[in-house]
Every structure is written in C-alpha cells, then in structure tokens.
Design a protein. Structure first.
Ligand code: GAL
Length: 427
C-alpha cells in the first residue's frame, strides 16, 4: 500500500497502537502484507556486498531475534557511500514510494530529508524504547531540530581520517611501518620512494573515494578549526590555505593507481590487503574488510590517522529513519527498536568496523582497532565528514563530487577546481 501525507497520521496512530499491543503480547504480524501492520520491513541501505553486507546481516540477525514475526526485506542498492542509492531513494521519495526505513547520515544530509518533509519525528520512539540518554548529546543534536524533534535512530559512528597500510610492502621498500608521519610532506617523501621503486604508493577508487581523500587532505592542511570553517562560511574557499591543500591533493592523486575511476572502495582497499599498493585512505568500515580476510592489526595491516590529522576524529554516523508514508510503519518502528538497542548495536558494529553510537556498550566486546576508535571519539576534536553527509547537504556534496571528477580526470586545472569548490560551498 502507498499512503500519501494526509494519511500518515492515521497510519502512525495505528502503528503506535500496534506497538502497544505487541508490548502486551499481541501479534505484531497480525495485519498482513503491506498494510502498516508490522508484517514486514523494507530496509533501504547501500550495504549490498562484502563486509558491509556482513554488518547488515549481523543487524538483521538481531532483528530476527527481537521480532521473529516481521519479515526483513533487503532494499540495499550497491555503490559505496550511497553513490547510487541516494539518487534512487530521492526518486522513490518524490514518487511517494518510500521504503519502510532508509539509511541516512547524521548531520546535513538528514536535514535535507527533514526540510523536504520526507521523514517523521521519531522522538516518541526515543521515549518508548528508552533511547533518550543512550546516545551522546552532540550526536542527538545532529539528528534533531531546534524544537526538540528527533528524526532518526543512529546505528554507529565511523571515522573517516584513517590511513591503512601494508607493513610488508613498506618493509620491502625500507620504510618503517611504525613511522608516524607528522604531516603530509613527511608522508609524501615516502610515497615518492615507493613510486621510484615501482610500487603503487596510494590506492584510491572512483569519485566519492577521491572526495573522501580530499576532505582528509583539507583537514590535514587547514587544521580542525579552519576545516570546520569551510562548512559555516568562516574559512575562505578562495584563500591560500585551501590552494596549498589542493596542491597536496593533486600531489597525492599523482601517486594513485590509473584504474581508479573503475573501482569502488572495496577494490581500492583490497589493493593494500593484497600488497598491490602500500597505502589507502578510507573510513574505518575498511577494518571489517581486513578482519573478514583474517588480517591482523599490526602484523598484516596498520591503521593510523591521516598524517597531519592526529587528535582529530573526522566523524560520520549512519542512522535509520521513518519515512513519511512508510508502507509498513510498524515494521519500520520494530527495525528502529533493534537499531537502537544495545544488542543490535553490539552485533552490528562488531561486524561493521564502526563503534556503537550508544555510550553503554562494553569496549571489551570490540576489536583492538575499535577500542582505539572508541577512545579517540571520546577524547579527540570532532569534525564533520564531507563525503559522508555530515558537513553539507546532498546537493552541495554532489557539486563537490562533479568538480573533483573534472579535476582528477584532467578537465579542469587547480585554479578552476578551487573556484568550482568555492561556488559549490556557496550554494
Ligand atoms: C558511508 C557509510 C558507511 C559505509 C561507507 C562505504 O557513507 O556511512 O557505513 O557504508 O559509506 O559504503
């Protein structure tokens, strides 16, 4: 069934009644197919394959424990960082054909859906599921409007500014795998060495992974405060600091694999796993790919902050929404309950490489890498990811991506690139 906005209140009321009945031992699956009665839930994500799917599967496993009567329907659309999913989602939302719940990044990306009245306030569910104090206040702020409405339930927190390296490749080229680079220049000196030895120094993939690299280079060059100023207008996009960060980005891109535009993140990271590249900059979903292949931190791979960004946690969080007109709003609410639960967050994050958004999970349940990330998230300066929806609306990110693709395929020069980024940021 498809509902329009005017029908939503009725559906929502029915769904709340349904949940109450369920809590009293009633049958959540009682109403049958697609009538908003909690018989199924279509979950829209971009976790379609590999270690990302393994993360989703772990969450689904816990969902099935908690809600055995509700059928999980996988609406995943392949393409890292939602590179294909977000456009398709927008088409569906505009056609009044929403999934029951969809993945959205905390921050400005979520704000887009709020502004377009495409998602519901779920603050009642925070009360009902006891989530009000479960998450850090800063994170809840990124899911909320000023009037106290909360629009999604976060599943995790990822760190974007991580360099993954293959220690064997480094050792073979007389580079100390334990070296901590103070800044990008020190790192670039070793990348030059690798290049001269005929090794791919740095692997990267298609446009969104290049934007991901760009954001970490901006962070390294500008520092946390000026980087944050890029998103609130207080840092000048046309300024010299940005020019020199873009020069560094250009230098780094010159050290990357030629086939980059045909690769998504799993293939680019796999080059490091296989010893076909020395370094890769990627968010910490990458740790799940290493671990899935039985690689051990310290021995088979290293994970360190992007040079020049130590002490800063480049943040993003996935969260799940209740779309306006969700065909099975009760199924969606059950999904949100599992996403927000301690058990759901532990199961999901152990497999996904991220850390729980909840503050009450026991760090001892997680890998060595994740324990470090938990500590860093608690103590470091937090900044917002560009490539993963925290810093800008989707339209701005799309304009950044277009400008970046032009630059890295040689269709614009550095000055042109900088002007296009400035124009994108100005909206
Ligand atoms: C991010 C998302 C992560 C991970 C990554 C690669 O945008 O937040 O959970 O899936 O994309 O696809």
């Amino acid at each position: 069934m498809r509902v329009n906005r005017r029908m939503t209140a009725t559906v929502a009321t029915a769904a709340v009644l349904g949940l109450t009945l369920a809590a009293c031992g009633g049958d959540t699956g009682g109403e049958g197919g697609g009538e908003g009665g909690g018989s199924q839930v279509e979950v829209f994500t971009w976790w379609a394959a590999g270690s990302e799917k393994a993360g989703l599967d772990a969450l689904v496993g816990e969902f099935e424990n908690q809600h055995p009567d509700i059928e999980f329907v996988n609406g995943a659309v392949a393409g890292g960082a939602g590179s294909a999913a977000k456009d398709l989602l927008q088409t569906r939302l505009q056609a009044q054909d929403p999934p029951d719940t969809f993945q959205a990044h905390a921050g400005m990306e979520l704000q887009d859906y709020i502004d377009a009245a495409q998602i519901e306030d779920v603050s009642d569910l925070y009360d009902e599921f006891g989530l009000t104090d479960a998450f850090p206040a800063d994170l809840v702020d990124r899911l909320s409007t000023e009037d106290g409405a909360i629009y999604s339930v976060p599943s995790n927190v990822h760190r974007a500014n991580v360099v993954w390296a293959n220690p064997t490749v480094l050792e073979e080229n007389d580079i100390d795998p334990e070296a901590q680079y103070a800044d990008l220049d020190a790192w670039i000196a070793d990348l030059e060495k690798l290049e001269a030895a005929g090794v791919t120094p740095l692997s990267v993939g298609t446009t969104w992974t290049q934007v991901h690299l760009l954001e970490t280079v901006l962070l390294a060059g500008l520092g946390a405060e000026a980087y944050t100023g890029l998103w609130d207008g207080s840092t000048d996009w046309e300024g010299d600091e940005v020019t020199s960060a873009l020069e560094d980005f250009e230098t780094l891109m010159n050290f990357t694999n030629d086939d980059r535009d045909g690769l998504d993140w799993p293939e680019a990271t796999q080059m490091v796993i296989d010893g076909n590249a020395a370094f890769n900059v990627m968010g910490d979903w990458a740790v799940a790919a290493f671990e899935e292949q039985d690689k051990e931190l310290g021995t088979d791979f290293t994970a360190t902050p992007v040079p020049g960004t130590d002490g800063t946690f480049d943040f993003l969080a996935d969260s799940f929404t209740l779309p306006v007109g969700a065909p099975d709003a009760e199924g969606a609410k059950a999904w949100l309950e599992t996403v927000g639960s301690l058990e759901g967050q532990v199961a999901f994050n152990k497999a996904k490489g991220s850390i729980p958004a909840r503050t009450d999970a026991d760090p001892a349940e997680f890998s060595e890498y994740q324990q470090g990330a938990i500590e860093s998230f608690a103590n470091d300066t937090i900044v917002s990811s560009l490539a993963h929806g925290a810093a800008t609306p989707v339209a701005t990110l799309n304009a950044f991506s277009d400008a970046t693709s032009k630059f890295t395929t040689g269709a614009s020069d550095l000055a042109g690139y900088q002007s296009e980024l400035a124009a994108a940021a100005a909206g």
